[in-house]
Design a binder for this molecule. Structure first.
Ligand SMILES: [Zn+2]
Length: 446
């Protein structure tokens, strides 16, 4: 059976991930992501109303026009998890394919919400839920399996396409967590079994491939948070926390420790409400029954007013804005645009790392400076990454023993660390280690 892989997006950047695998006459697409930084750099761009081709020209979504060079029918679109760089282009591209979207329940729900807020295209692909650990038949003689992985969002999987030529393992995104705060540990046992059955190709998430050692478990971030928050138990002023709103495990830890130190947590900001509300509704997370989640500007400001009236020392707002995004809640608070008044000595906990990109770094610097000007004290990087470091990559290669490797989810500089470690394991660029670019085709079996 002929096997061909199209590396469509996310092979020259972190963002707008998209890869297609053709096995015989059947094609499966993995991820359709958005590169948000290409959108945010323009003022007031509303992607909901934009046409796909304009977004492709901006470099915001994958240029899927190369799909016409793949001689087969698309049988499934498979987003791996709910991060925007993996699902953010579904509402712009999926309608061009007569194929169902297959994903885990939490991811499907996020895809559904995105399709509903799309103004330009009517996306009516079937939405099919498949749980981690389950499989489904695809096309003629293929099987799609979801292997449970751990990442900075719940219900993440690595899809595996079983073909007569061996398995294609799509490894975006994960870290190796044996003690996650929410959900099951990564299923290394299954990866090792798949390795013994025979892996034709492994497509790997190289986000942290230049980082030595091992990515710590989410449990480490949780203990770090506990240490920081418990140390503030006697502080009688304002404490504000911010983190990735899609990082449900982290949000649950912050909420829990806020209550432990005698404060009422409250989630503020549109995306805070969206992700935590969805996770609670689908029973992925349990929050206190009286936990407030407010997204709309008016209800947020009303909550801030109540906090100021009743006393800041009794509350702990969990807000958006960990990257210093100009329109996010924390930045508005820093600019004094909300009823919440920061005072000298108030604590701001960033349970996040700045995404190392000039725009983010600049915006975060600005937000932090504004916070400091009001006397706020900063707790930074109470966080662990959601991506494998080098030792995790070595472990995955040992488990899977793939014939071919395609590094992804980085630019060339970011991929370099992975190329070095794969060479150490006996792979050779140009032979079985394929350094690709957007819009490229790799023929693995003729
Ligand atoms: Zn991700």
């Amino acid at each position: 059976m002929e096997i061909e892989i199209a590396t469509i997006g996310g092979y020259e950047e972190v963002g707008r991930q998209m890869t297609a695998v053709r096995a015989g006459d059947d094609v499966v697409i993995f991820d359709m992501g958005l590169n948000l930084s290409k959108v945010l750099i323009h003022d007031d761009v509303e992607t909901e109303r934009m046409h796909s081709l304009d977004l492709i020209d901006m470099g915001a979504i994958p240029d899927d026009r190369v799909m016409s060079d793949l001689e087969g029918d698309v049988k499934a679109i498979v987003p791996t998890h709910g991060h925007l760089d993996h699902i953010g282009a579904v509402s712009k591209l999926a309608h061009r394919y007569n194929a169902p979207i297959i994903a885990t329940p939490f991811t499907i729900e996020l895809v559904k919400q995105m399709i509903q807020s799309e103004d330009k295209f009517g996306v009516d692909n079937d939405l099919v839920k498949l749980d981690a650990g389950d499989s489904t038949k695809i096309g003629s003689g293929l099987e799609l399996e979801f292997v449970n992985v751990t990442h900075s969002i719940i219900d993440a999987i690595n899809p595996v396409l079983h073909t007569p030529e061996g398995a294609i393992v799509y490894g975006l995104d994960k870290r190796m967590d044996h003690t996650p705060v929410l959900g099951d540990p990564i299923d290394m046992k299954r990866f090792r079994e798949i390795g013994r059955e025979g892996v034709l190709c492994y497509i790997e998430d190289c986000t942290n491939a230049n980082k030595k050692g091992r990515t710590p478990s989410e449990n480490v971030a949780r203990e770090h948070l506990r240490d920081v928050m418990y140390s503030l138990e006697d502080y009688d002023g304002g404490i504000v926390a911010t983190t990735f709103s899609s990082h449900i495990a982290r949000v649950t830890s912050i909420v829990e420790f806020a209550e432990d130190i005698g404060r009422q947590p409250v989630l503020l900001g549109r995306s805070m409400e969206k992700y935590s509300g969805t996770a609670e509704r689908l029973n992925f997370a349990e929050f206190p029954a009286d936990l407030g989640m407010y997204g709309h500007r008016k209800s947020v400001d009303r909550t801030f007013t109540r906090i100021m009236n009743e006393g800041k020392e009794d509350f702990l707002p969990v807000v958006t804005g960990h990257q210093g995004e100009p329109r996010a809640m924390l930045t508005r608070m820093a600019r004094g645009e909300t009823p919440y008044e920061l005072e000298s000595g108030d604590k701001v906990i960033f349970s996040a790392r700045v995404i190392p990109e000039p725009t983010n770094e600049g915006q975060r610097y600005q937000a932090e400076t504004l916070l400091r000007m009001q006397g706020a004290r900063i707790y930074d990087e109470v966080h662990v990454s959601g991506h494998l470091n080098q030792e995790g990559h070595y472990e995955m290669l040992k488990a899977l023993q793939p014939q071919h490797i395609i590094p992804a989810h980085q630019d060339l500089a970011g991929v370099s660390g992975y190329v070095n470690l794969a060479r150490n394991e006996g792979y050779t660029p140009g032979r079985d280690l394929h350094i690709s670019h957007n819009g490229n085709m790799i023929q693995l079996v003729d």
